[in-house]
Design a binder for this molecule. Structure first.
Ligand code: ADP
Ligand code: MG
Length: 267
């Protein structure tokens, strides 16, 4: 089953065509990545998916047609995190900020409290609920955005270059959390311009100027080194490293996880 089905999507900003008959699906329970250079249409797609723009074509989210009348229902199913969390903060405290989504969805006060406690403990931000979100460091800010996106238990989490501002260590931590959430059933659409962020996905779409130029399971997409190069992407570090070690017969398959790699090489 598909959490998102996009068929024949066409969209223009005034004279500028962004999509012309785009087809794309996001399977249920998987992590799907869309990678594309700046200006390829990634954020436009996200804005269409959250119901901000009118479009031509057919989009269904969790089988519900993405139409004006269904927008409220669809927003309950989706959580979104953008690149710059600052733009998403609406309140003076982290607590109120996370509560905002739930209040808009008319959850009761005690349920709101319970849900915020749960998600903030899970993401390790329970101790900063009384802080002003603008005073936090970039990792904490992104965790607050993630909490706001997840607090209403969406079926799908959409990330629009949400990891870009993080340092490698914090990024690694958040990628682990995403993997874990996915293993509990959350569908993730991970949109990025950094190929390293695609390692956690099951399937990758490569977008260029509004068109899908490559699509497949990770391994398949990483085999298309030339096509990726033409779009300005190197292979992810672990894939590059694996390819070289395979050349010397030191390993026999691509290894995405550094700890696993170290284990195997030490044996
Ligand atoms: P990405 O997120 O992949 O960087 P965007 O979806 O933001 O790409 O932008 C795709 C193209 O549409 C770019 O050429 C951008 O300049 C243009 N664009 C984005 N937003 C608008 C807008 N509101 N009005 C006109 N053109 C826009
Ligand atoms: Mg963008």
């Amino acid at each position: 089953m598909y959490m998102i089905t996009i068929k024949n999507l066409s969209f223009n900003y005034r004279q500028k065509e962004i999509f012309n008959n785009l087809d794309l699906t996001v399977p249920d329970g998987k992590i799907t990545s869309i990678i594309g250079p700046n200006g390829s249409g990634k954020s436009t797609l996200v804005k269409i998916l959250v119901g901000l723009y009118k479009y031509n074509g057919e989009i269904k989210i969790n089988e519900i047609p993405l139409l004006k009348d269904n927008r409220k229902e669809i927003r309950k199913i989706i959580g979104v995190v953008f690149t710059n969390p600052e733009n998403q903060f609406v309140a003076e405290t982290v607590m109120d900020d996370i509560a905002f989504t739930l209040e808009n969805m008319n959850f009761k006060k005690d349920i709101i409290r319970k849900k915020i406690e749960e998600i903030s403990k899970y993401l390790g931000i329970y101790d900063i609920l009384e802080c002003n979100p603008h005073d936090l460091n970039s990792n904490q800010k992104q965790l607050v955005s993630l909490a706001s996106a997840l607090v209403h238990d969406p079926k799908i989490l959409i990330l629009d270059e949400a990891l870009t501002m993080l340092d490698p260590y914090d990024k690694e931590k958040i990628l682990k959390i995403l993997k874990e959430l996915n293993s509990k059933g959350l569908t993730i659409l991970n949109i990025t311009n950094d190929i390293e962020d695609t390692l956690i996905s099951d399937e990758i779409y490569v977008l260029s100027e509004g068109k899908i130029v490559l699509n497949g399971a990770n391994e398949e997409v990483y085999k298309e080194e030339d096509k990726l190069h033409k779009l300005g992407f190197e292979l992810p570090f672990m894939v590059e490293l694996s390819n070289r070690l395979m050349f010397y017969d030191l390993i026999d398959h691509v290894i995405y996880d550094m700890e696993e790699m170290v284990d195997i090489l030490w044996k």
